[in-house]
Design a protein around this ligand. Structure first.
Ligand code: PGA
Length: 250
């Protein structure tokens, strides 16, 4: 049995002060939820304050990106060991990073390996565009992203990762993939590709989230699908309704 894992991706929202004020309101309620792994992924500058506030709680903390080198002349980047004191997770290869910041499958592959080497759990994102979806290219494209991201890795390493399937056309648009669409691609494409690379044992163990306009209204239905092991939540993780979203998933 895979434990559900719901993470909030705050993107470029909330200062450190706003993050602390928001989490102070909801942290007790989040802590009281049983049987689901929960994490928040604030902007980097808010992470230390959030880590301080959540000390001793079971709410995990994730970064939204990371570079794969240990240190050096990489202006604007953060190294794995800078995240380690504060974070359990790191989101890698989000579609917005691929779209605006030139993230590639090769780069994501290097970042996954660096994160694992430092004991961070990568949340590896994949997902197709509307054009690819309409052209019937979803399976081949997403499968290719998984093969690129997980190249030259062992099954033991892959098992430590979380994957988030996020169709780009469903991110921030209010257009959620139907349970059949999301569950179908997660099962028949994402999990099937992991099985093809690493075998059935890894495919059964690895957790695969759905992301894209998940809200308190649809989380119960989505999480009920046997192949959907949680959610990566953007907009709806910025409001107190994030608590209801998780309770409904439970
Ligand atoms: P959304 O974003 O929930 O606002 O659609 C999801 C994500 O991009 O992780």
């Amino acid at each position: 049995m895979r434990t559900l894992f719901i993470a909030g991706n705050w993107k470029m929202n909330k200062t450190a002060a706003e993050a602390v004020a928001f989490l102070s309101e909801i942290k007790d309620e989040l802590n009281a939820i049983e049987g689901i792994d929960i994490a928040v992924c604030p902007p980097a500058l808010a992470i230390p304050a959030v880590a301080d506030l959540l000390k001793g709680s079971k709410i995990g903390i994730g970064a939204q990106n990371m570079y794969f080198e240990e240190n050096g002349a990489y202006t604007g980047e953060l190294a794995p060991n800078m995240l380690v004191p504060f974070c359990n997770y790191v989101i890698l290869g989000h579609s917005e990073r691929r779209q605006y910041f030139g993230e590639t499958d090769e780069g994501v592959n290097k970042k996954i390996k660096a994160a694992l080497a430092h004991g961070l759990t990568p949340i590896v994102c994949c997902g197709e565009s509307l054009e690819q979806n309409q052209a019937g290219e979803t399976h081949d494209f997403v499968s290719g992203q998984i093969k690129g991201a997980f190249a030259n890795m062992t099954g033991a390493e892959a098992t430590k990762c979380v994957i988030a399937y996020e169709p780009i056309w469903a991110i921030g648009t209010g257009l959620t993939a139907t349970v059949e669409q999301a569950g179908g691609i997660i099962g028949n494409t994402v999990r099937a590709t992991i099985k093809e690379i690493f075998g059935d044992d890894v495919a059964q163990k690895i957790r695969i989230q759905y992301g894209g306009s998940v809200s308190e209204k649809n989380s119960a239905e989505l999480m009920a699908h046997p192949d959907i092991d949680g959610a990566l939540v953007g907009g709806a993780s910025l409001k107190a309704a994030f608590v209801d979203l998780i309770k409904n998933a439970q």
